[in-house]
Write a protein that binds this ligand. Sequence first.
Ligand code: MLT
Length: 404
Amino acid sequence: MVTVNHNYLRLPGSYLFSTIGKKVRAYKELNPDKEVISLGIGDVTQPLVPAIIEALHNAVEEMAHAETFHGYAPDLGYEFLRNAIAKNDYQDRGCDIKADEIFVSDGAKSDSGNIQEIFGTDNKVAVCDPVYPVYVDTNVMAGRTGEYNTARENFDGVIYMPCSKENGFLPELPKEVPDLIYLCFPNNPTGSAITRDELQKWVDYANKNGCVIIYDAAYEAYISQDNVPHSIYECEGARTCAIELRSFSKNAGFTGVRLGFTVIPDELVRDGVSLHSLWARRHGTKFNGAPYIVQKAGEAVYSEAGKAQLKEQVGYYMRNAKLIHDELEKAGFSVSGGVNAPYIWLETPDKMTSWQFFDYLLKEANVVGTPGSGFGAHGEGFFRLTAFGTYENTRKAIDRIKSL
Ligand code: MLT
Protein backbone atom coordinates (compact mmCIF):
# COMPACT_ATOMS: atom_id res chain seq x y z
CA MET A 1 0.00 0.00 0.00
CA VAL A 2 1.24 3.44 -0.84
CA THR A 3 1.87 5.67 2.14
CA VAL A 4 2.53 9.39 2.03
CA ASN A 5 5.17 11.50 3.70
CA HIS A 6 3.41 12.01 7.02
CA ASN A 7 5.67 14.92 7.89
CA TYR A 8 3.64 16.99 5.43
CA LEU A 9 0.53 16.34 7.51
CA ARG A 10 2.08 18.28 10.39
CA LEU A 11 1.83 21.50 8.40
CA PRO A 12 -1.27 23.45 9.34
CA GLY A 13 -3.23 25.06 6.47
CA SER A 14 -1.75 26.11 3.16
CA TYR A 15 1.35 28.15 2.41
CA LEU A 16 0.92 31.70 3.73
CA PHE A 17 0.86 33.47 0.38
CA SER A 18 -1.49 30.88 -1.11
CA THR A 19 -3.96 31.53 1.73
CA ILE A 20 -3.76 35.27 1.16
CA GLY A 21 -4.20 34.82 -2.61
CA LYS A 22 -7.31 32.73 -2.03
CA LYS A 23 -8.86 35.30 0.33
CA VAL A 24 -8.17 38.16 -2.07
CA ARG A 25 -9.60 36.28 -5.06
CA ALA A 26 -12.76 35.49 -3.09
CA TYR A 27 -13.15 39.14 -2.09
CA LYS A 28 -12.67 40.32 -5.68
CA GLU A 29 -15.24 37.86 -6.96
CA LEU A 30 -17.82 39.20 -4.53
CA ASN A 31 -16.80 42.82 -5.15
CA PRO A 32 -15.87 43.08 -8.83
CA ASP A 33 -16.26 46.87 -8.79
CA LYS A 34 -13.60 47.41 -6.11
CA GLU A 35 -10.02 48.31 -7.05
CA VAL A 36 -7.86 46.21 -4.75
CA ILE A 37 -4.24 47.29 -4.26
CA SER A 38 -1.74 44.64 -3.20
CA LEU A 39 1.10 45.52 -0.88
CA GLY A 40 1.09 41.90 0.24
CA ILE A 41 3.46 39.39 -1.31
CA GLY A 42 6.87 40.87 -2.05
CA ASP A 43 6.44 40.72 -5.81
CA VAL A 44 7.98 43.44 -7.96
CA THR A 45 5.99 45.65 -10.32
CA GLN A 46 8.61 47.50 -12.37
CA PRO A 47 9.61 46.03 -15.74
CA LEU A 48 13.04 44.53 -16.33
CA VAL A 49 15.55 47.31 -17.05
CA PRO A 50 16.76 47.89 -20.66
CA ALA A 51 20.21 46.32 -20.13
CA ILE A 52 18.56 43.07 -19.03
CA ILE A 53 15.97 43.12 -21.81
CA GLU A 54 18.76 43.59 -24.35
CA ALA A 55 20.69 40.65 -22.93
CA LEU A 56 17.56 38.50 -23.06
CA HIS A 57 16.88 39.42 -26.69
CA ASN A 58 20.47 38.68 -27.67
CA ALA A 59 20.39 35.34 -25.90
CA VAL A 60 17.12 34.37 -27.57
CA GLU A 61 18.68 35.20 -30.92
CA GLU A 62 21.66 32.98 -30.10
CA MET A 63 19.27 30.12 -29.41
CA ALA A 64 17.94 30.48 -32.97
CA HIS A 65 21.21 29.43 -34.64
CA ALA A 66 22.98 26.09 -34.51
CA GLU A 67 26.40 27.73 -33.97
CA THR A 68 25.28 29.68 -30.89
CA PHE A 69 22.53 27.43 -29.57
CA HIS A 70 22.85 26.22 -25.95
CA GLY A 71 21.41 23.04 -24.51
CA TYR A 72 21.77 21.93 -20.89
CA ALA A 73 23.60 24.50 -18.84
CA PRO A 74 26.52 23.35 -16.66
CA ASP A 75 24.81 22.19 -13.46
CA LEU A 76 26.58 24.65 -11.21
CA GLY A 77 26.11 27.59 -13.59
CA TYR A 78 27.91 29.19 -16.54
CA GLU A 79 31.39 30.50 -15.82
CA PHE A 80 30.51 33.95 -17.19
CA LEU A 81 27.84 34.39 -14.51
CA ARG A 82 29.73 32.80 -11.62
CA ASN A 83 32.74 35.02 -12.40
CA ALA A 84 30.57 38.14 -12.54
CA ILE A 85 28.96 37.26 -9.20
CA ALA A 86 32.26 36.43 -7.49
CA LYS A 87 33.81 39.69 -8.64
CA ASN A 88 30.94 42.13 -8.15
CA ASP A 89 29.09 40.72 -5.16
CA TYR A 90 32.11 39.50 -3.23
CA GLN A 91 35.67 40.32 -4.29
CA ASP A 92 34.91 44.01 -4.99
CA ARG A 93 33.48 44.17 -1.47
CA GLY A 94 36.57 42.61 0.04
CA CYS A 95 35.03 39.15 0.53
CA ASP A 96 37.17 36.14 -0.20
CA ILE A 97 34.76 34.13 -2.38
CA LYS A 98 35.77 32.31 -5.56
CA ALA A 99 33.62 31.63 -8.63
CA ASP A 100 33.65 27.88 -8.00
CA GLU A 101 32.10 28.40 -4.57
CA ILE A 102 28.98 29.78 -6.25
CA PHE A 103 26.07 27.55 -7.29
CA VAL A 104 23.64 29.18 -9.72
CA SER A 105 20.01 28.18 -9.28
CA ASP A 106 16.48 29.10 -10.26
CA GLY A 107 15.98 31.28 -7.20
CA ALA A 108 16.48 31.69 -3.49
CA LYS A 109 13.12 30.22 -2.55
CA SER A 110 14.11 26.82 -3.95
CA ASP A 111 17.60 27.05 -2.47
CA SER A 112 16.35 28.08 0.96
CA GLY A 113 13.91 25.17 0.87
CA ASN A 114 16.32 22.60 -0.53
CA ILE A 115 19.51 23.37 1.37
CA GLN A 116 18.31 21.48 4.46
CA GLU A 117 18.50 18.23 2.45
CA ILE A 118 22.26 17.98 2.88
CA PHE A 119 21.94 17.89 6.66
CA GLY A 120 20.91 15.00 8.88
CA THR A 121 17.34 14.89 10.08
CA ASP A 122 18.57 14.87 13.68
CA ASN A 123 19.92 18.42 13.42
CA LYS A 124 18.30 21.03 15.63
CA VAL A 125 17.12 24.09 13.74
CA ALA A 126 16.93 27.66 15.04
CA VAL A 127 14.86 30.33 13.31
CA CYS A 128 13.79 33.86 14.03
CA ASP A 129 10.18 34.38 15.02
CA PRO A 130 8.62 35.89 12.89
CA VAL A 131 10.32 34.22 9.94
CA TYR A 132 10.02 33.58 6.18
CA PRO A 133 7.83 30.43 6.30
CA VAL A 134 9.91 28.41 3.82
CA TYR A 135 12.72 27.73 6.33
CA VAL A 136 10.39 26.12 8.86
CA ASP A 137 7.97 24.39 6.50
CA THR A 138 10.71 22.61 4.56
CA ASN A 139 12.29 21.35 7.77
CA VAL A 140 8.87 20.08 8.83
CA MET A 141 8.49 18.28 5.49
CA ALA A 142 11.88 16.67 6.03
CA GLY A 143 10.92 15.43 9.49
CA ARG A 144 13.39 17.61 11.35
CA THR A 145 10.74 18.94 13.78
CA GLY A 146 8.13 17.65 16.17
CA GLU A 147 4.38 18.18 15.92
CA TYR A 148 2.65 21.52 15.51
CA ASN A 149 1.85 22.86 18.96
CA THR A 150 -1.53 24.58 18.68
CA ALA A 151 -1.21 26.35 22.03
CA ARG A 152 2.16 27.91 21.18
CA GLU A 153 1.31 28.13 17.48
CA ASN A 154 4.65 26.73 16.43
CA PHE A 155 6.49 23.43 16.09
CA ASP A 156 7.94 21.32 18.84
CA GLY A 157 11.63 20.65 18.46
CA VAL A 158 12.50 23.97 16.81
CA ILE A 159 14.41 26.75 18.56
CA TYR A 160 12.48 29.95 17.97
CA MET A 161 14.35 33.20 18.49
CA PRO A 162 11.83 35.93 19.23
CA CYS A 163 12.24 39.21 17.34
CA SER A 164 10.13 41.78 19.11
CA LYS A 165 9.83 45.50 19.45
CA GLU A 166 11.83 45.22 22.70
CA ASN A 167 14.91 43.73 21.02
CA GLY A 168 14.61 45.91 17.92
CA PHE A 169 13.46 42.87 15.91
CA LEU A 170 16.93 41.33 16.18
CA PRO A 171 17.30 37.80 17.56
CA GLU A 172 19.46 37.04 20.57
CA LEU A 173 22.05 34.25 20.52
CA PRO A 174 20.12 31.12 21.56
CA LYS A 175 20.90 29.60 24.96
CA GLU A 176 20.19 26.08 23.71
CA VAL A 177 22.82 25.56 21.02
CA PRO A 178 21.27 24.67 17.62
CA ASP A 179 22.96 22.90 14.72
CA LEU A 180 21.49 24.95 11.88
CA ILE A 181 20.70 28.64 12.26
CA TYR A 182 18.63 30.45 9.64
CA LEU A 183 19.22 34.19 9.49
CA CYS A 184 17.78 36.61 6.96
CA PHE A 185 19.13 40.16 6.79
CA PRO A 186 17.89 42.66 5.79
CA ASN A 187 14.99 40.84 7.32
CA ASN A 188 11.86 39.50 5.78
CA PRO A 189 9.30 40.18 7.25
CA THR A 190 10.31 42.86 9.80
CA GLY A 191 12.57 44.93 7.52
CA SER A 192 15.18 45.12 10.31
CA ALA A 193 18.89 45.12 9.48
CA ILE A 194 21.86 43.78 11.41
CA THR A 195 25.15 45.65 11.76
CA ARG A 196 28.44 44.05 10.78
CA ASP A 197 29.53 43.97 14.45
CA GLU A 198 26.34 42.23 15.53
CA LEU A 199 26.56 39.70 12.70
CA GLN A 200 30.18 39.01 13.69
CA LYS A 201 28.85 37.77 17.06
CA TRP A 202 26.74 35.16 15.24
CA VAL A 203 29.70 34.04 13.17
CA ASP A 204 31.84 33.71 16.30
CA TYR A 205 29.04 31.82 18.07
CA ALA A 206 28.62 29.43 15.13
CA ASN A 207 32.34 28.75 14.85
CA LYS A 208 32.66 28.20 18.59
CA ASN A 209 29.72 25.77 18.72
CA GLY A 210 30.09 24.07 15.35
CA CYS A 211 26.77 25.42 13.99
CA VAL A 212 26.08 26.23 10.36
CA ILE A 213 24.43 29.57 9.57
CA ILE A 214 22.17 29.62 6.52
CA TYR A 215 22.26 33.31 5.67
CA ASP A 216 19.57 34.64 3.36
CA ALA A 217 20.72 37.94 1.88
CA ALA A 218 17.97 38.27 -0.75
CA TYR A 219 17.35 41.90 0.19
CA GLU A 220 20.95 43.17 0.32
CA ALA A 221 20.40 45.59 -2.58
CA TYR A 222 18.16 47.66 -0.31
CA ILE A 223 20.85 48.40 2.28
CA SER A 224 21.38 52.14 2.70
CA GLN A 225 23.61 52.26 5.79
CA ASP A 226 27.36 51.67 5.77
CA ASN A 227 27.56 49.59 8.94
CA VAL A 228 25.12 47.01 7.52
CA PRO A 229 26.84 44.10 5.75
CA HIS A 230 25.77 43.02 2.26
CA SER A 231 27.17 39.55 2.82
CA ILE A 232 27.96 37.39 5.83
CA TYR A 233 31.42 36.89 4.32
CA GLU A 234 32.20 40.46 5.35
CA CYS A 235 32.58 38.91 8.81
CA GLU A 236 35.80 37.24 9.84
CA GLY A 237 35.55 33.46 10.04
CA ALA A 238 32.32 33.17 8.04
CA ARG A 239 33.97 30.83 5.53
CA THR A 240 34.03 28.08 8.12
CA CYS A 241 30.43 28.41 9.31
CA ALA A 242 28.16 30.07 6.75
CA ILE A 243 26.20 29.32 3.61
CA GLU A 244 24.77 32.36 1.84
CA LEU A 245 21.64 32.51 -0.32
CA ARG A 246 21.10 35.25 -2.87
CA SER A 247 18.33 36.14 -5.27
CA PHE A 248 17.96 38.16 -8.46
CA SER A 249 14.25 38.68 -7.72
CA LYS A 250 14.38 41.74 -5.53
CA ASN A 251 17.48 43.54 -6.81
CA ALA A 252 16.72 43.02 -10.51
CA GLY A 253 13.03 42.15 -10.78
CA PHE A 254 13.50 38.45 -11.66
CA THR A 255 10.47 37.14 -9.71
CA GLY A 256 9.01 35.90 -12.99
CA VAL A 257 12.36 35.13 -14.64
CA ARG A 258 13.84 33.00 -11.83
CA LEU A 259 17.51 33.16 -10.92
CA GLY A 260 19.46 32.95 -7.69
CA PHE A 261 22.59 31.44 -6.23
CA THR A 262 24.04 29.84 -3.13
CA VAL A 263 27.57 30.27 -1.85
CA ILE A 264 29.32 27.44 0.00
CA PRO A 265 32.99 28.05 0.81
CA ASP A 266 35.45 25.17 0.41
CA GLU A 267 36.44 25.26 4.09
CA LEU A 268 32.91 24.59 5.31
CA VAL A 269 33.16 21.05 6.66
CA ARG A 270 30.85 19.29 9.11
CA ASP A 271 30.77 15.68 10.21
CA GLY A 272 34.05 15.30 8.32
CA VAL A 273 32.39 16.12 5.00
CA SER A 274 32.68 19.17 2.72
CA LEU A 275 29.25 20.81 2.43
CA HIS A 276 30.34 22.22 -0.93
CA SER A 277 30.76 18.71 -2.31
CA LEU A 278 27.41 17.56 -0.89
CA TRP A 279 25.53 20.49 -2.40
CA ALA A 280 27.34 19.96 -5.71
CA ARG A 281 26.22 16.32 -5.64
CA ARG A 282 22.65 17.35 -4.87
CA HIS A 283 22.64 20.10 -7.52
CA GLY A 284 24.06 17.79 -10.17
CA THR A 285 21.54 15.07 -9.40
CA LYS A 286 18.36 17.09 -9.03
CA PHE A 287 18.87 20.22 -11.11
CA ASN A 288 19.71 20.74 -14.76
CA GLY A 289 20.87 24.33 -14.49
CA ALA A 290 19.16 27.68 -14.86
CA PRO A 291 18.37 28.47 -18.52
CA TYR A 292 21.16 30.00 -20.64
CA ILE A 293 18.89 32.91 -21.57
CA VAL A 294 18.22 33.69 -17.93
CA GLN A 295 21.88 33.41 -16.95
CA LYS A 296 22.77 35.88 -19.71
CA ALA A 297 20.14 38.21 -18.24
CA GLY A 298 21.81 37.69 -14.86
CA GLU A 299 25.17 38.64 -16.31
CA ALA A 300 23.68 41.93 -17.53
CA VAL A 301 22.82 42.80 -13.92
CA TYR A 302 26.56 43.33 -13.43
CA SER A 303 27.18 45.40 -16.58
CA GLU A 304 27.80 49.12 -16.08
CA ALA A 305 24.45 49.99 -17.67
CA GLY A 306 22.67 47.28 -15.69
CA LYS A 307 24.11 48.46 -12.40
CA ALA A 308 23.10 52.08 -13.04
CA GLN A 309 19.58 51.17 -14.16
CA LEU A 310 19.04 48.84 -11.20
CA LYS A 311 20.27 51.41 -8.73
CA GLU A 312 17.50 53.63 -10.01
CA GLN A 313 14.94 50.83 -9.77
CA VAL A 314 15.88 50.03 -6.19
CA GLY A 315 15.64 53.77 -5.47
CA TYR A 316 12.12 53.77 -6.90
CA TYR A 317 11.00 51.08 -4.46
CA MET A 318 12.81 52.71 -1.56
CA ARG A 319 10.91 55.92 -2.25
CA ASN A 320 7.75 53.84 -1.70
CA ALA A 321 9.25 52.42 1.49
CA LYS A 322 9.92 55.89 2.84
CA LEU A 323 6.44 57.06 1.87
CA ILE A 324 4.77 54.13 3.65
CA HIS A 325 6.98 54.44 6.70
CA ASP A 326 6.74 58.21 7.12
CA GLU A 327 3.07 58.61 6.30
CA LEU A 328 1.93 55.79 8.57
CA GLU A 329 4.13 57.07 11.36
CA LYS A 330 2.59 60.53 10.97
CA ALA A 331 -0.83 58.89 11.12
CA GLY A 332 0.07 57.45 14.53
CA PHE A 333 1.07 53.89 13.60
CA SER A 334 4.06 52.29 15.26
CA VAL A 335 6.27 51.39 12.26
CA SER A 336 9.73 50.00 11.63
CA GLY A 337 11.77 48.69 8.69
CA GLY A 338 11.82 50.39 5.30
CA VAL A 339 15.33 51.88 5.68
CA ASN A 340 17.54 48.96 4.63
CA ALA A 341 14.72 46.76 3.37
CA PRO A 342 11.65 46.97 1.13
CA TYR A 343 9.35 45.87 3.98
CA ILE A 344 7.55 47.99 6.53
CA TRP A 345 6.46 46.32 9.74
CA LEU A 346 3.68 47.95 11.69
CA GLU A 347 1.77 47.26 14.82
CA THR A 348 -1.91 46.62 14.25
CA PRO A 349 -4.09 49.34 15.77
CA ASP A 350 -6.68 48.86 18.51
CA LYS A 351 -5.24 45.50 19.56
CA MET A 352 -6.59 43.85 16.41
CA THR A 353 -5.03 40.49 15.59
CA SER A 354 -2.97 40.40 12.41
CA TRP A 355 -5.72 38.57 10.49
CA GLN A 356 -8.44 40.89 11.83
CA PHE A 357 -6.43 43.83 10.52
CA PHE A 358 -5.92 42.02 7.22
CA ASP A 359 -9.69 41.54 6.80
CA TYR A 360 -10.39 45.10 7.94
CA LEU A 361 -7.93 46.63 5.46
CA LEU A 362 -9.14 44.45 2.62
CA LYS A 363 -12.78 45.33 3.24
CA GLU A 364 -12.52 48.99 4.26
CA ALA A 365 -9.52 50.18 2.24
CA ASN A 366 -9.25 47.48 -0.44
CA VAL A 367 -5.60 47.17 0.45
CA VAL A 368 -3.82 43.82 0.84
CA GLY A 369 -0.95 43.37 3.26
CA THR A 370 0.53 40.35 5.01
CA PRO A 371 -0.56 39.39 8.53
CA GLY A 372 2.42 39.23 10.86
CA SER A 373 1.14 36.08 12.55
CA GLY A 374 1.54 34.27 9.22
CA PHE A 375 5.29 34.51 9.83
CA GLY A 376 5.15 33.09 13.34
CA ALA A 377 3.65 33.50 16.80
CA HIS A 378 5.72 36.60 17.58
CA GLY A 379 4.38 38.24 14.45
CA GLU A 380 0.93 38.38 16.03
CA GLY A 381 -0.26 41.97 16.38
CA PHE A 382 1.94 43.06 13.46
CA PHE A 383 1.41 43.56 9.77
CA ARG A 384 3.77 43.75 6.79
CA LEU A 385 3.50 46.11 3.84
CA THR A 386 5.79 45.86 0.85
CA ALA A 387 7.39 48.71 -1.06
CA PHE A 388 7.29 46.76 -4.34
CA GLY A 389 4.07 48.34 -5.63
CA THR A 390 3.95 51.16 -8.14
CA TYR A 391 4.42 54.61 -6.63
CA GLU A 392 0.90 55.62 -7.64
CA ASN A 393 -0.74 52.59 -6.05
CA THR A 394 1.40 52.87 -2.94
CA ARG A 395 0.38 56.50 -2.52
CA LYS A 396 -3.27 55.59 -3.06
CA ALA A 397 -3.12 52.67 -0.62
CA ILE A 398 -1.53 54.77 2.10
CA ASP A 399 -4.08 57.57 1.60
CA ARG A 400 -6.84 55.01 1.96
CA ILE A 401 -5.35 53.55 5.14
CA LYS A 402 -4.89 57.03 6.60
CA SER A 403 -8.48 57.99 5.89
CA LEU A 404 -9.92 55.04 7.82
C1 MLT B 1 7.50 37.56 0.48
O1 MLT B 1 6.53 38.24 0.18
O2 MLT B 1 7.80 37.25 1.63
C2 MLT B 1 8.36 37.11 -0.63
O3 MLT B 1 7.89 37.53 -1.85
C3 MLT B 1 8.43 35.67 -0.64
C4 MLT B 1 9.45 35.16 -1.58
O4 MLT B 1 10.35 35.89 -1.99
O5 MLT B 1 9.36 33.99 -1.86
